[in-house]
Design a protein around this ligand. Structure first.
Ligand SMILES: O=c1[nH]c(=O)n([C@H]2C[C@H](O)[C@@H](COP(=O)(O)O)O2)cc1CO
Length: 141
């Protein structure tokens, strides 16, 4: 299974360590196409490609080749929102994970979308359980 993991980069790297932990966990289910999102050296000021066009085109190719998109959406990111929209438009299975303990409120354009699964979680153990169920139960919960 090819998994596209989406997490904030320029939107802020407060959850970068969590992204790395999610990616390591996702690797037990299949190939994670976007391992660089967990790179602790990748900052919100940086980029992991030569140009923005290169990053966009490379990521979109990965996204369209993936079986599923899993996004951690607690840190608001325009890029993650765009990826979710493109995945939904392409009919992909999409799981969005959000920690409501923060002061942030998710965009209604994500939490209100009926064509994806939007799930709140509190602990990493809970998050892993949700991912396991989603991937094991044919992208449903
Ligand atoms: O350098 C990058 N590399 C990269 O793969 N992305 C993609 C993957 C992430 O899921 C998403 C993050 O978007 P943003 O940078 O707007 O927070 O965009 C985004 C950037 C920078 O915008």
């Amino acid at each position: 299974m090819k998994i596209y993991f989406a997490g904030s980069i320029r939107g802020g790297r407060a959850d970068a360590a969590l992204y790395l932990e999610i990616i390591e966990f996702l690797k037990t289910f299949g190939e994670v196409l976007t391992e660089h999102i967990g790179d602790p050296n990748l900052t919100s000021a940086g980029k992991d490609g030569i140009t923005d066009r290169f990053i966009h085109d490379r990521d979109l190719e990965w996204l369209l080749s993936a079986d599923v998109l899993i996004a951690e959406v607690t840190t608001t990111s325009m890029g993650v929102g765009y990826e979710i929209g493109r995945a939904v438009a392409d009919g992909k299975k999409v799981l969005c994970l959000f920690r409501p303990e923060t002061e942030k409120i998710p965009s209604a354009m994500i939490s209100g979308c009926a064509d994806l699964r939007f799930v709140n979680y509190e602990t990493v153990a809970e998050l892993k359980n949700i991912i396991t169920r989603f991937l094991a139960e044919n992208f449903d919960l």
